[in-house]
Write a new protein. Structure first.
Length: 140
């Protein structure tokens, strides 16, 4: 058999499982919104096997973040609505790694979008990957 079809290093450790595609953050805090914690705890109550292990690993290192005292600025857990020059509105929610669901607008706090929105207030203009937008609403 050609060497191209064999493993070079059979002794290499297996990579950690990426259940749900989201490993537990190790280089940054494993922040979680209070709502995210409630969802994961409810899911853990019925989960089995690898899924239960994944949830337990996330919850075991999670730092649950409550909304900030100053809710006029975008922070962790904020639901932010922005509007572009054409009048198109988009809503993002700044969340932890295991909560992120970009298709649903839930963006991980370390993404370029979340970093650009961080600390913005209603009326501020921010530059997102899609262009300049204005923050029109912030909710917690």
């Amino acid at each position: 058999m050609s060497k191209a079809f064999t493993k070079e290093d059979d002794d290499a450790p297996a990579p950690p499982p990426r259940r749900r595609g989201v490993p537990v953050p190790t280089e940054v805090p494993n922040y979680l919104t209070a709502a995210g914690e409630r969802v994961l705890r409810a899911e853990l109550a019925t989960a089995e096997g690898d899924r239960a292990l994944e949830i337990a690993e996330h919850l075991g290192t999670a730092i649950v973040m409550e909304p900030p005292a100053d809710r006029s600025r975008v922070g962790f857990g904020a639901k932010v609505t922005v509007e572009d020059e054409a009048g198109k509105r988009t809503t993002y929610r700044i969340v932890g790694a295991v909560e992120a669901d970009p298709k649903a607008g839930a963006v991980y706090f370390q993404t370029p979008i979340a970093e650009e929105l961080h600390d913005a207030q209603v009326g501020d203009s921010v530059t997102l990957p899609r262009g300049d937008v204005e923050v029109v609403a912030i909710e917690y």
